[in-house]
Design a protein around this ligand. Structure first.
Ligand SMILES: [Zn+2]
Ligand SMILES: [Zn+2]
Ligand SMILES: [Zn+2]
Length: 261
């Protein structure tokens, strides 16, 4: 019997992670594991399928911690370093596959991956044992197995990002949107009648490219998902204090948290 559908928060931190190198603030020195945040990434499991969303710099640690050994595809939100630079760690997953590993991303993000990891994309296969990617450009909704994936284009400063909506039979609908500053009307339309919304809420203080807590709560109030989780959090957020101040149905994600879908 295949496992129940689930969504695992592999990482819930902003680009520098928490604790921040050299920082002695209350959150960075906290002993609460919920205040330790690796870089944002997630794993969706449905039946036999394991879909990784982004390959951040902590992928190795996250994979060992959560014990996942195989991947069927990687789906990228955007090309920022904190979401792609664990690409090298995809090697071990490729060793256990016969076929190349499908990488789904926008044209821009794929171009960035090809620039950053040029040797993996040259068809010469010069380096035995290296990542064998199969680049798949996202141009609209697509399917991996029985999972329907709808790209949700949003603005994140100058960078275009895809959040994603996942729908599948007998599974709660879920949107994952870790990096966002503005959601266009056309994207909001694709986010209706959601069971679970996972959304960027960097910190209270205004930021040029990320939602503040208040901005995230505004979107949650507008969309009224059954449940909402805040992610991509900075060291300005103390887990318990943040959670205490939130409306009912809004929760603070933490590394290793698994949602049953
Ligand atoms: Zn990010
Ligand atoms: Zn700190
Ligand atoms: Zn980003």
């Amino acid at each position: 019997m295949a496992a129940k559908p689930s969504f695992t928060f592999l990482g819930t931190g902003t680009s520098v992670g928490v604790p921040v190198i050299g920082c002695g603030c209350e959150v960075c020195v906290s002993k609460d594991p919920c205040n330790k945040r690796t870089r944002s990434s997630a794993l969706l499991r449905y039946g036999e399928l394991s879909l990784l969303i982004d390959s951040g710099p902590d992928l190795r640690e996250q994979s060992l911690r959560e014990g996942f050994k195989s991947l069927d595809a990687v789906i990228y939100t955007h090309e920022h370093v904190d979401h792609v630079v664990g690409f090298d760690e995809l090697r071990a997953f490729c060793w256990r596959r016969k076929d190349p590993l499908p990488l789904y991303a926008s044209r821009e993000t794929l171009a960035a991956l090809e620039r950053m990891f040029r040797w993996a994309f040259s068809n010469e296969n010069k380096y035995k044992g290296y990542v064998r990617p199969e680049a798949r450009v996202i141009e609209g909704p697509f399917e991996v197995g029985d999972v329907q994936i709808t790209p949700l284009p949003v603005e994140h400063g100058a960078v275009k990002v895809n959040g994603y909506r996942f729908d599948a039979p007998e599974m709660k609908s879920i949107v994952y949107m870790p990096d966002v500053k503005r959601i266009p009307e056309s994207t909001l339309e694709l986010m209706q009648e959601l069971d679970v919304l996972v959304i960027d809420a960097l910190r209270d203080q205004e930021h040029a490219t990320h939602f503040t807590t208040a901005e995230a709560l505004g979107i949650i109030d507008l969309l009224q998902p059954k449940q909402a989780w805040l992610t991509h959090l900075s060291h300005e957020n103390e887990h318990t204090k943040l959670e205490q101040g939130l409306p009912k149905g809004v929760l603070v994600a933490h590394d290793g948290l698994v949602l049953d879908l």
